[in-house]
Design a protein around this ligand. Structure first.
Ligand SMILES: [Fe+2]
Ligand SMILES: [Fe+2]
Length: 229
């Protein structure tokens, strides 16, 4: 547990440092916002869409996911507006390699749990969605705190604040929905599943943070060097 705490702190420090470097660097901000856009239109939305498309999705859950998908589309639009203001392309490029690898490992780690719960594979999909939403809370919460501390007048702060408020709600409602679907005698299996998901998250944490730092640092340096490409 101590190691997990140290890992989490290391990831947070590396990413905070990268965010501070990105301030007033349009290239670095473009890199960060493009990664967020991929998260909104790619990872978060596809986890929710898979859940909505699963067999035996109860109507209450279908409604909840429908509302969340509308929020994700709004987040993507907000990010595209910021990207356009930076003069950057707003189309969704290929997913970041490490994020794609993490999703692949998540699927693999969760595969043995597909038919463990009486509600079916939907529990696993929703548990993954809950994890992605809580990652979103950490990511946007960190970014907002850096902006508030160093650049409160940056228009990005309002965008990030608005997305963060939704992600907090999503993380809570996905976690509550998982618990509603799971019977009392399945709670141990749910705890195991959540631990597997958290392990994958931790395993990629520092590597993803370093990749993020290099991306931001190289772009910020290019801007500082006077725009040479
Ligand atoms: Fe989102
Ligand atoms: Fe979300």
């Amino acid at each position: 547990m101590l190691f997990a705490t140290l890992q989490r702190r290391a990831v947070d420090s590396i990413k905070r440092h990268a965010l501070v470097m990105s301030l007033r660097s349009p290239r670095a901000q473009t890199g960060i916002l493009t990664e967020y856009l991929w998260g909104e239109e790619g990872a978060e939305s596809s986890a929710l869409q898979k859940t909505a498309a699963a067999e035996a999705t109860p109507p209450w859950l279908g409604k909840l996911i429908g509302r969340q998908l509308e929020d994700e589309a709004r987040h993507a639009q907000l990010l595209k507006t910021r990207l356009a203001a930076l003069g950057a392309p707003t189309d969704l490029g290929p997913p970041p390699v490490l994020a794609k690898a993490k999703l692949w490992w998540l699927e693999r780690a969760c595969a043995p749990y597909q038919y463990v719960f009486s509600a079916g594979p939907i529990v696993v999909m929703l548990a993954v969605a809950a994890q992605l939403e809580s990652t979103g809370v950490r990511v946007f919460g960190r970014h907002l705190s850096v902006l508030e501390e160093h650049a409160a007048d940056d228009p990005l702060a309002e965008t990030v604040r608005s997305i963060l408020a939704d992600e907090k709600r999503h993380a809570k409602s996905c976690a509550a929905a998982v618990e509603k679907l799971v019977h009392t005698h399945e709670l141990d299996a749910l705890a195991e599943l959540r631990e597997r998901i958290a392990q994958v998250d931790r395993a990629f944490g520092i590597t993803i943070a370093l990749g993020y730092w290099v991306l931001v640092a190289s772009r910020a340096l290019r801007d500082r060097a006077g725009g040479a490409s």
